[in-house]
Ligand binder design. Structure first.
Ligand code: PXG
Length: 436
């Protein structure tokens, strides 16, 4: 029976183009997807940077099924259920020291909005209500809700929605092909770009700035690694001026970099971390904000019967998401997956950099189990066409990759083996040689 494709307005998709030639996924197990026709596809993207332990892991499947039968839902406001407390406590094993208070959401976008609202409210409860300005970075991605859209730094994601929020400013991005092309791992040049924050502080006055939000490694705009020293410099400037530093770790959290969080990988501790995706291995929507205890404690004043933070979602700490997350953490622990990216770094690095010299390739980037290939835009064509054609070619050749502007991003499940990494590299090589 043919399915009618008209009704579903697909997210972040060229709907008309897609519906002319749909790319459908119907089944998944470990490192692979299968199409409805039974064609096997190697998952080079961990779904969308989220299926870190590989697909359909029985332990998670069983935990979700058990919880659905035991208690499908419990109201999260003025009521509790044990798994949410157990999960929050368990998560502290992975968060950087001091980030020991956990607020649950259902997505990365909600985590971002939650962290920003906490930042504004934190300053207010401390008597600094004038700190309302929020600072993001060009080429950042913080999801699609209003503040995330405004603070993100992707022009096409912003232009359709007017000015959305006021009191927003941006640091320059750190991508510098002239100085850093073909760097293996972290780029050498660009730490001084953090000084943009000093310029914004001088312009607006520190007393007006609430928080800075950055991805420690920008994923959606094509894998932009922080230049050496950059994150520490941001940290220092924030400390100097009483500005909160938020790391958006929606994709870098839960092992992508070779540590539980990028904060540990880079040795820089923010005041809050936003997370989602890998927290449940992508199989049930869930997000979290991790906050320093001092931020939480600033709210714990006034009458004890009063709600300290009027914020939360119907599905905050949903029982099935908690069950999925606890089972996911068991797998991460047992298989040492949160550090596996470090062990696989060298293999991934040589696979990605083996593509040097192929037609139209202008840069290769890598860290842990993350890689990116940047292409020169085709003269006269819309930006991103070449990368999109590589994505299509890989799909035909049985490999799922992600096109991000002029870049192809690779972020496989952390269970990937050497020969599957070789398959990614050889498929990319074959496809790149075929495009014009
Ligand atoms: N912050 C960051 C850093 C993200 O990467 C979000 C927030 C939003 O999360 P939700 O769960 O609301 O989608 C993300 C999402 C890509 C890609 O192509 C990455 C994301 C989403 C869509 C595409 O790299 N990350």
């Amino acid at each position: 029976m043919a399915i009618n494709l008209d009704a579903f307005w697909m997210p972040f998709t060229a709907n008309r183009d897609f519906k002319k030639a749909p790319r459908m996924l119907a089944k998944a197990k470990d490192m692979h997807y299968w199409t409805p026709e039974g064609r096997q596809i190697l998952d080079g993207t961990a779904g969308l940077w989220c299926v870190n332990a590989g697909h359909a892991r029985p332990r998670i499947v069983e935990a979700i099924a058990r919880q659905a039968a035991e208690m499908d839902f419990a109201p999260p406001f003025q009521m509790g259920h044990p798994l949410a407390f157990e999960l929050a406590d368990r998560l502290l094993k992975y968060t950087p020291e001091g980030l020991n208070r956990v607020f649950f959401t259902n997505s990365g976008s909600e985590s971002v909005e939650t962290a920003l609202k906490i930042a504004l409210a934190y300053h207010r409860v401390r008597g600094e209500a004038q700190r309302t300005r929020l600072i993001g970075r060009e080429r950042g991605y913080h999801g699609v809700n209003f503040a995330g859209t405004a603070l993100g730094g992707m022009g096409p994601n912003r232009k359709m929605f007017g000015s959305s929020l006021s009191g927003i400013d941006h640091l320059r991005h750190t991508h510098d092909l002239a100085r850093n092309a073909y760097t293996k791992g972290q780029p050498e040049h660009g730490a001084e770009l953090a000084d943009d924050l000093e310029r914004l502080v001088a312009l607006h006055d520190p007393s007006t700035i609430a928080a800075v939000i950055v991805e420690p490694m920008a994923g959606s705009t094509g894998v932009l690694l922080p230049p050496k020293g950059y994150l520490q410099r941001l940290r220092d400037i924030c400390d100097k001026h009483g500005i909160l530093l938020i790391f958006d770790e929606v994709i870098t959290g839960f092992g992508r970099m070779g540590s539980p969080f990028a904060a540990q990988h880079y040795g820089v501790t923010p005041d809050m971390i936003t997370a989602a995706k890998g927290i449940t291995n992508g199989c049930i929507p869930m997000g979290a904000v991790f906050a320093k205890q001092a931020i939480h404690d600033a709210f714990m004043q006034g009458p004890e019967a009063a709600i300290e933070l009027p914020h939360g979602y119907t599905y905050s700490g949903h029982p099935m998401a908690c069950a999925a997350a606890l089972a996911t953490l068991d797998i991460y622990d047992e298989e040492n997956l949160l550090t596996r990216s470090s062990q696989m770094h060298a293999k991934m690095e040589s696979a990605i950099h083996s593509l040097k010299g192929l037609p139209h390739v202008v840069d290769l980037r890598n860290t842990g189990l993350v890689g990116a290939i940047e292409f020169a835009p085709r003269a006269g064509a819309a930006p991103g066409r070449r990368a999109f054609e590589v994505f299509l070619g890989c799909w035909e050749a049985g490999l799922l990759v992600r096109a991000a502007g002029d870049n192809i991003a690779i972020s496989p499940p952390l269970i990937i083996n050497d020969s599957q990494i070789d398959q990614i590299a050889s498929t990319l090589e074959k496809v790149i040689k075929q495009i014009a």
